[in-house]
Design a binder for this molecule. Structure first.
Ligand SMILES: *Cc1c(COP(=O)(O)O)cnc(C)c1O
Length: 462
């Protein structure tokens, strides 16, 4: 058939829309959306005819294409995945998973009116922040607390409130970039503060801070070097000593702690990461940290410390621009209550995954291996691997773990890994020495079935 005839035999948009088999779609999707999908599909067909790739018009296939196009556009772009990387706080994969115990509460808040800014006792307007402020004060023994959109916002708000047009003293060893384009010098510039670098990359002494202090100094600033370590010939000034200098010269001390862990992980065999409580107890005036790193809560920036400084931040107009929503606040309240009243190591997924015992990880790997036994052309071996905390915490410290190395006959590691990523629920694994490796630390028992069906599917299509 010639091109002209093929074009002529294509159905019109209306003809496709009137197809009986498409009618049920109209109760799920609006007419404009379905019409757009039909137009797109017909356009594809026209293009294909024009390029000589289509030599026959088949209405059944056009309808199939329309259904496929609607399904693709309907599926969520932001969707759940299986994290088989072993990186617990994986920023690209959504960082911390919220505790299951909060599921019902989240739905309650999301789908109903709530007390976000209302005090039912007084019958009047309340504060959005009161829901978590008291909890933070009680649990961390601080004078005041507030919450903003993320920790980058905490640092920006603190600097812009306390050090606008004034100098902030920072060690050259702590002028960090934490990824996602958060660089301390840039945030400093954005806040209007003037960066006063002291010391060298590997060594900064007390006298360096003292010598830099002048009448225009607003803040002594320390950033936790969360995603790297300086080792060898090094020296840094402790929180206590910095507090001491601050008190002597009447300059407040601020620490950007990054991960903000609330439990001492060294009690569980992991490297010591300074806890928020430790830093607060050292006498530091302001501490900022993330809600969704090792704390294991929703995305948030938490600022705690002396009331006078935090009150000033609350009055900064920036606070309104950086404010958190009701879902964040409700989940943060829930997570903080778990810390205060229950068993965080068991019910906060981030912490639970960090300390899952090796024996359990090995058992999980072996169980997955046996579940995969019947899958043809697949070869699996249980291997020792190394997980990571991620989120810029515990840098350089691998956490021993167990994983499953996978090979599929006739497929390269890159091809297997891609096929896993393209699964309906994407499975994100690592490639180590031409093997696809799935670390059991970040995979839950409930997710093993997803991996099994994905590999069964892959094998059956070979
Ligand atoms: C992660 C991190 C931040 C940024 O926190 P977000 O919550 O991602 O905005 C700032 N400072 C340090 C030291 C960090 O580790």
């Amino acid at each position: 058939m010639g091109k002209e005839n093929l074009f002529r035999s294509l159905p019109s948009v209306d003809q496709v829309l009137n197809e009986p088999s498409l009618q049920p779609l109209f109760s799920d999707f609006n007419r404009a959306f379905i019409t757009d999908c039909v137009r797109d599909v017909l356009e594809q067909w026209r293009k294909s005819i024009n390029e000589g790739k289509t030599t026959d018009v088949d209405k059944a296939r056009i309808i199939e294409d329309v259904l496929k196009s609607i399904e693709t556009k309907n599926s969520y772009n932001l969707k759940r995945v299986v994290n088989a990387t072993g990186i617990v706080v994986h920023t690209n994969l959504g960082r911390s998973l919220l505790p299951k115990a909060l599921e019902e509460h989240m739905i309650d808040i999301a789908f109903h009116y709530n007390t976000l800014e209302y005090d039912p006792e007084k019958g009047e307007r309340g504060s959005r922040y009161s829901h978590v402020e008291q909890l933070l004060k009680d649990f961390l023994h601080v004078e005041a607390a507030m919450v903003v959109n993320n920790n980058a916002a905490s640092v920006l708000l603190a600097l812009s409130t306390l050090a606008h047009d004034k100098e902030v003293v920072v060690s050259r060893g702590e002028l960090i970039e934490i990824g996602g384009s958060f660089r301390i010098p840039d945030v400093m510039a954005q806040s209007g503060a003037v960066l006063r670098e002291v010391g060298t990359t590997n060594r900064t002494r007390e006298s360096d801070y003292v010598d830099a202090i002048n009448e225009n100094t607003a803040l002594l600033f320390k950033a936790h070097t969360s995603n790297y370590r300086i080792i060898g010939f090094t020296e840094e000034v402790s929180y206590e000593k910095l507090v001491n200098i601050g008190q002597r010269y009447n300059v407040p001390v601020m620490v950007d702690l990054g991960s903000g862990v609330l439990v001492d992980l060294s009690a569980y065999g992991l490297a010591h990461e300074p806890t928020v409580q430790e830093v607060v107890n050292s006498g530091v005036d302001i501490v900022t940290f993330s809600g969704d790193k090792l704390l294991g809560g929703p995305q948030a920036g938490i600022i705690v410390g002396k009331k006078a400084y935090i009150d000033a931040m609350k009055h900064n107009p920036l606070t309104r621009a950086l404010r958190v929503d009701k879902l964040c606040l409700s989940m943060l309240e829930g997570v903080l209550k778990i810390y205060q009243q229950r068993w965080p190591m068991e019910s906060i997924p981030t912490l639970k995954m960090m300390i899952t015992p090796l024996s359990l990880l090995k058992e999980r790997a072996e169980r997955l291996k046996s579940m995969l036994e019947s899958v043809e052309k697949l070869e699996c071996i249980v291997i020792e691997v190394s997980s990571e905390a991620g989120g810029g915490s515990l840098p350089e410290q691998g956490i021993p773990s167990f994983g499953l190395a996978i090979k599929m006959e006739g497929m390269s590691a890159a091809e297997i890994s891609q096929a896993l990523r393209l699964n309906k629920i994407p499975i994100i694994a690592r490639i180590v020495d031409e093997n696809v490796v799935m670390d059991m630390r970040t995979i839950s028992d409930e997710e093993l079935g997803i991996i099994v069906s994905a590999l069964q599917d892959m094998s059956s299509h070979l």
